[in-house]
Design a protein around this ligand. Structure first.
Ligand SMILES: [Fe+2]
Ligand SMILES: [Fe+2]
Length: 200
C-alpha cells in the first residue's frame, strides 16, 4: 500500500512529497510534466488547475508496483468492476492508486481521473479528460503524430479527448493488440459526441 510516513501530524497529505517518495527518474519526470500540462489544459477549459495538477501528478504513483502486488491490493481494498478484472494487469495501477489516495483524503473526482487514466470511461467528466489527454501528449511524449495532437488541442475538450483517444485505440489496433472493453466503451461514447460535447 502507499507508504504513510510522509503524512504530517496536521493530517494534510503533502502530495508532492508522496509522489517523490514513490517514483523517481523518468517516471517522476513524466508525472511532473503531466501535472504541469494538465494544469494548463484545465485553465484553458475553465476547470480547477490545482485539481488537475494534483490528479495528474499522482496518476502513475503505483505504476512501478508489480502485478501480483496490485492484484493483492485489489483484493484487500475490495475493488470490483471492469477496470480490475483480469486479464489486464497493465491498467490496475490506476484504480488501485485511486482507491488508496481516496483513503488518504484525495477528492473523489480527482481519484476518478486517476482510476480512468488508461481507459477513460463512458460518461467521464472533464477532469478525467484533462488527465487522460495530458498523460498521452505531455511534452515528453515522443511518438508519431503526437506533435499534431498537441497542436490541435482545444478549443473544445471533448473533441480533444476524442482525437487523442482515437489515436490511442488506432495504435493498439494497428499493433494487433487487444483493446480494453472500457476503452472501447469510452471510444463508442465519444464517437456520439459533437465537437462541443453535444450529442450528434
Ligand atoms: Fe499510467
Ligand atoms: Fe502516465
Amino acid at each position: 500500500m502507499l507508504r504513510r510516513e510522509t503524512h504530517r501530524p496536521d493530517g494534510v497529505v503533502p502530495w508532492d512529497e508522496l509522489v517523490a517518495s514513490h517514483l523517481d527518474g523518468p517516471r517522476l519526470e513524466h508525472s511532473r510534466r503531466t501535472a504541469a500540462f494538465a494544469a494548463d489544459l484545465a485553465r484553458r477549459f475553465g476547470l480547477d488547475p490545482s485539481a488537475a495538477y494534483r490528479a495528474a501528478l499522482l496518476h502513475d504513483i503505483d505504476k512501478g508496483v508489480p502485478a501480483a502486488q496490485l492484484l493483492d491490493r485489489v483484493r484487500r481494498l475490495g475493488l470490483t468492476g471492469e477496470l480490475v478484472e483480469p486479464p489486464w494487469p497493465e491498467i490496475l495501477h490506476g484504480p488501485v492508486a485511486a482507491a488508496e489516495l481516496m483513503a488518504l483524503g484525495l477528492d473523489p473526482e480527482e481519484a476518478a481521473a486517476i482510476a480512468e487514466h488508461t481507459t477513460g470511461r463512458a460518461g467521464m467528466g472533464p477532469l478525467s479528460m484533462v488527465v487522460y489527454v495530458a498523460d498521452k501528449i505531455e511534452p515528453g511524449r515522443d511518438y508519431e503524430g503526437v506533435e499534431a495532437l498537441r497542436r490541435d488541442v482545444g478549443p473544445d475538450l471533448v473533441g480533444t479527448m476524442r482525437r487523442v483517444m482515437t489515436d490511442q485505440v488506432a495504435h493498439m489496433l494497428r499493433r494487433g493488440a487487444p483493446v480494453h472493453p472500457t476503452s472501447l466503451g469510452t471510444w463508442n461514447w465519444l464517437s456520439t459526441k459533437g465537437e462541443d460535447g453535444a450529442g450528434r
